[in-house]
Design a protein around this ligand. Structure first.
Ligand code: PLP
Length: 403
């Protein structure tokens, strides 16, 4: 039974929320100030400037006091009109939820089917857009890092597909679990709205979310007919010019955001990305050594943020239960691993390796997984931890280009 006060730190190795570092916790532990006063104005201007560097954009980024789902809705209602056709790509659980939201909002959402083991297929998107001679499709929506599967889609390839089809559709991308962890370039990749959230690569608690916007998205927002009030970009962008918001912002989360941006800048974004790739590669070495299967089937699309692992099968062909295994890990080692979501429930678990995370955090995580297999009676080959250690020692101290 889980001790009510287990000694040591809990290992929060789900693929977000990620562990909030002490430095950010301390930054948020500061009195809430007047959100219309000069001290807040300086903070507002700083975070609105800093956050652009994380999205790699020169354009504005709208910050909402909402979870990522709110920013999904904002992206749709600001750019589209009732009945508009949107092309969405079924990469997994989160892409499916975004599609369901589009349906609820009165959009005509077309879903390009997928098997939840691969990323968006740019050739398929290009073919569908090429067929759409009347340009009925107003937006293409893709999840960059599908958190349910550990698959990262190639966004530049999707951009090229839209361009090759010579199609005017907007490109909307969900980076809720990739921003600040996997390289992502809003401007260079020609994305119109990038949606993100605070609780993963930004190392913050849940509660903030984002829309990075292009000029084309802002132009679309002036014509878009879906109902919106709170989510509307117009008033927010206007107030943001002076470092304020048209409502009470999440002041203490913004203190945290300011600190998070400083931390990412101090490490250097490219180093942050390389660190994530290196830890993901070491994790895959462990999974292979255990003799287990990685859910993602295309090595070019392996996620730097999480690894989804398929549970082995018993003699009757049934998967060993992923949730019983995760329960054993939580109860014995005080570590939370990610569950399999919807279609993946019970036979897949996810190891999060993102955010405020280093070599020894990874070793603790993988040791907890390997010990958990033993305790839960999940058959595996020994040596996963050792294989990851070998990868980390061979690349020690170098988080650059060694993934
Ligand atoms: N999209 C992706 C890729 C996610 O990982 C998540 C949450 O994990 C969401 C959307 C939904 O975000 P939220 O739970 O913050 O509303």
């Amino acid at each position: 039974k889980l001790n009510s006060h287990p000694a040591g730190r809990h290992f929060l190795q789900i693929p977000g929320p990620s562990t909030v570092p002490d430095r950010i916790l301390r930054a948020m532990d500061y009195p809430t100030i007047d959100h219309r006063g000069p001290e807040f104005q300086a903070l507002g201007k700083k975070v609105l400037a800093d956050i652009k560097t994380i999205f790699q954009t020169a354009n504005p980024v709208v910050i909402y006091p909402a979870s990522g789902t709110g920013a999904w809705e904002a992206a749709l209602v600001n750019t589209l009109s009732p009945g508009d056709t949107v092309l969405m790509v079924e990469t997994g659980h989160f892409a499916t939820l975004w599609k369901k939201m589009a349906d609820k909002l009165g959009l005509n959402a077309e879903f390009l089917g997928g098997d939840w083991r691969r990323g968006a297929d740019a050739a398929q998107i290009e073919a569908r857009l090429a067929e759409d001679k009347e340009h009925k499709i107003k937006a293409v929506c893709v999840v960059h890092n599908e958190t349910s599967t550990g698959v990262t889609s190639d966004i530049p390839a999707v951009r090229r597909a839209i361009d090759k089809a010579n199609h005017p559709a907007l490109l909307l991308v969900d980076t809720i679990s990739s921003l600040g962890s996997i390289d992502y370039r809003h401007d260079e990749w020609g994305v119109d709205v990038t949606v993100s959230g605070s609780q993963k690569g930004l190392m913050l608690p849940p509660g903030l979310s984002f829309n990075a916007v292009s000029d084309k998205a802002i132009a679309a927002s002036q014509r878009a007919g879906l109902s919106k009030a709170y989510w509307g970009w117009g008033e927010i962008l206007e107030a943001n010019k002076n470092g304020f918001w048209p409502y009470t912002p999440a002041t203490n989360l913004l203190y945290g955001l300011s600190e998070a941006c400083d931390m990412l800048a101090e490490e250097g974004l490219q180093n942050v990305f390389a660190r994530h790739q290196r830890h993901a590669a070491a994790t895959r070495e462990a999974v292979k050594a255990w003799g287990m299967e990685i859910l993602c089937q295309n090595p070019a699309e392996y996620s730097g943020v999480l690894t989804a692992v398929v549970m082995p099968r018993d003699a009757s062909g049934q998967h060993y239960n992923a949730d019983a295994f995760r329960k054993a890990v939580l109860e014995n080692f005080n570590m939370s691993l990610g569950q399999g979501l919807t279609k993946l429930s019970g036979w897949v678990f996810r190891i999060g390796h993102l955010g405020d995370f280093n070599d020894l955090t990874l070793m603790g995580t993988l040791a907890g997984v390997e010990m958990g297999f033993e305790v839960a009676g999940v058959p595996h080959q020994k040596g996963g931890v050792l294989a990851a250690m070998k990868h980390l020692t061979a690349t020690a101290g170098n988080n650059e280009k060694l993934a």
